[in-house]
Design a protein around this ligand. Sequence first.
Ligand SMILES: NC(=O)c1ccc[n+]([C@@H]2O[C@H](COP(=O)([O-])OP(=O)(O)OC[C@H]3O[C@@H](n4cnc5c(N)ncnc54)[C@H](OP(=O)(O)O)[C@@H]3O)[C@@H](O)[C@H]2O)c1
Length: 313
Amino acid sequence: MSHLQAENLYNIRGLVAVITGGGSGLGRTMALTLATNGAAKVFILGRREDALNETVAQFQATNPSTKDTGAETNIIIPIVTDVTSQASLEAAYAAISAQTTHVDLLLVNSGILGPPAKIVDNPDGSKPSIAEVKDYLWSIPMEDFTRVFEVNTTGAYYTAIAFLPLLDAANKRRVAPQKNVLSSPLAQIVITSSIAGYSRRVPFDFAYNLSKASVNHLVKVLSTSLTDYNIRVNGIAPGLYYSEMSAGPNFEEGNTGVSDGSFPTSMIPMTRAGGEEDIAGLVLWIAGPSGGYINGNILVTDGGRLSVLQSSY
Ligand SMILES: NC(=O)c1ccc[n+]([C@@H]2O[C@H](COP(=O)([O-])OP(=O)(O)OC[C@H]3O[C@@H](n4cnc5c(N)ncnc54)[C@H](OP(=O)(O)O)[C@@H]3O)[C@@H](O)[C@H]2O)c1
């Protein structure tokens, strides 16, 4: 087989991964992608056990052969975890350490939207008064605002820190460099950010935007801080993907919006939401040998939405 064949470029056979938020949305797609393509173990973390178990069930339903062989049925392993609790992260680390010697890839993906702090123009097109702006923004309790940071920023940071020794152990398993042979990918943390972390012009959606801007900086600071330890840190900044979080105002009932023409170009230039294949392909690439040279990067996957975001509202 040529080293340039897709089978080699995206070869993740034997990979051990941990994914927070693996019980729904993008995290579930990431888990199913890795497990379907040969990962040895995919630990999925989140607070809802039933949601995590549903990811396992979906994998088993779409991979009937795993049911027959028995040995492979437990590729996706649910671990109930709250990323806002150090004790819970420690317990997850202990449970995972008991089942693997190392972690090649940590996908820090849990997140919440938080208070919807958008202020819209009046029906006659006039702007709300400054008193109305203040009253509305002030009406959001400070703890609701802070909670967004607890999950999206603080939770992401502590998740990354919690798993450093297992990531380091993955690096220690790499074979010694051989002249003119591409070395295997270094252990990696990938944090799910958002295009909201770049946009300054989504009006009054402060908590989520600021938390994701912090996540972007977390990717940069962590990647620099961990260079001496050979642990890579990258980010993914999605635009609009159908999920529990984004359903509602953005999507009609029963429509995931992945076909062309689902959204106006003023909102998403490619006129569609991101699909499972879009996130799956990105994860497979960044996890495999062909993504091995990526470090300190944040990959935007948004159908061009970031470039027009200010005109969407
Ligand atoms: N969908 C989009 O359009 C979009 C766009 C940009 C960025 N994102 C980002 O993508 C990531 C995944 O979101 P999604 O769209 O897939 O939405 P989602 O389906 O709502 O997933 C969010 C996940 O985070 C987990 N979570 C929330 N609080 C947690 C906590 N305290 N501890 C552990 N896990 C927690 C949830 O699991 P439990 O409730 O079971 O804990 C859930 O599985 C988020 O970081 C989000 O900000 C999404």
